[in-house]
Design a protein around this ligand. Structure first.
Ligand code: HEC
Ligand code: HEC
Length: 281
């Protein structure tokens, strides 16, 4: 089916697509007038996409502009809070993150590899899992909720250290099972609208759906500040929102399903530069 015929078919399901070019008007993502971040990457061998394109490309100029200056990017208010939190003693062991991780810059590159297989735990680990292990097992502190402000602010601060580096998650070896599970979920039609992630983000990117310009659904900008809810959003919260939009029952945040999906979606963006914290509507 070509795009237009498909768009017509979905209109019958109550989802209106209209063809359009990308809305973005800024030509290049240059942050603070000094850091140039490539928003396109060549598709790797076997990619279902012709070219990898960051979600930034699909946003309106004013939304794009907010990500082009760290003073204008509202995520940085939360990042400042996370810097304080990093140095703050919490829990029964009298430790802060900084007691063991001297400098947050030591996490440079970590964002590009997650989620990944954790051999000691025998499961896939997202950044949130590592942080909560440190809190509960090393600090004697409470775990943070997956998508609450303390966690998303901290994942934004840690992810920022990898800004500009290409995503490079591993999909083979012990991660292969999760990769396959995530891929199956990506192409599985669910919900009252009987749609798969791929129907929107692979078949119809660059097309308008309601008032929104569909992107490839890449995760290189996560965690992401959204104007819609004025906070930093985790990848799993975004997946939840997309599943609710097609009236499907979302998996739990932090579940094996969403972590597998996070791995698979991240792998579709392998080669795209990390933009965290991105700004989206
Ligand atoms: C008592 C020492 C200690 C404290 C306190 C601590 N960590 Fe850790 N953290 C570790 C160790 C040790 C590892 C490595 C674990 C491993 O490799 O499995 C680690 C791993 C991590 C990782 C994964 C890094 C990687 O390269 O795999 C992250 C992210 C992290 N910690 C964040 C935090 C944050 C955020 C805090 C504060 C909320 C914190 N840690 C507090 C000792 C600590
Ligand atoms: C009915 C169409 C539709 C379906 C199906 C859908 N999404 Fe989305 N998704 C959207 C829209 C609209 C947006 C906001 C605009 C954009 O970035 O594409 C979005 C945004 C996203 C983003 C954020 C991209 C960015 O750059 O900030 C991710 C990630 C994402 N979706 C993943 C998924 C996953 C995974 C699934 C399957 C569980 C899915 N979506 C299913 C419509 C859909």
């Amino acid at each position: 089916m070509n795009k237009l015929i498909k768009a017509f078919a979905y209109t019958a399901l109550g989802v209106a697509f209209a063809t359009t070019a990308y809305a973005g008007e800024n030509k290049a993502l240059v942050i603070n007038e000094e850091i140039t971040i490539p928003t396109h990457a060549a598709a790797y061998e076997g990619s279902p996409l012709d070219e990898l394109i960051s979600g930034w490309e699909f946003r309106k100029a004013e939304t794009q502009a907010l990500q082009m200056d760290d003073f204008d990017n509202p995520a940085f208010i939360f990042i400042d809070k996370a810097k304080d939190e990093f140095a703050k003693v919490d829990g029964s062991e009298g430790k802060s993150c900084a007691s063991c991780h001297e400098d947050v810059e030591s996490f440079k590159g970590l964002r590009t590899e997650l989620p990944r297989w954790n051999e000691a735990k025998g499961k896939m680990y997202a950044m949130e899992n590592y942080i909560n292990d440190c809190r509960t097992e090393r600090m004697g502190a409470d775990a943070w909720k997956w998508s609450k402000s303390k966690m998303t602010s901290m994942t934004a601060l840690i992810s920022l250290q990898s800004r500009g580096l290409p995503m490079a998650v591993k999909t083979d070896g012990p991660a292969a099972a999760a990769y396959e599970m995530g891929k199956a979920l990506y192409y599985k039609r669910v919900g009252q609208l009987d749609m798969a992630c791929s129907n929107c983000h692979e078949d119809n990117y660059g097309v308008m759906i309601r008032a929104d310009n569909l992107s490839q659904g890449q995760t290189n900008g996560f965690p992401t500040y959204r104007l819609k809810n004025s906070k930093i959003n985790s990848t799993h919260a975004r997946f939840k929102g997309c599943m609710k939009n097609i009236r499907a029952e979302p998996y739990g945040q932090g579940s094996d399903e969403f972590t597998a999906l996070e791995l698979y979606v991240a792998s579709r963006g392998n080669g795209l530069a990390v933009e965290s914290p991105a700004v989206r509507n």
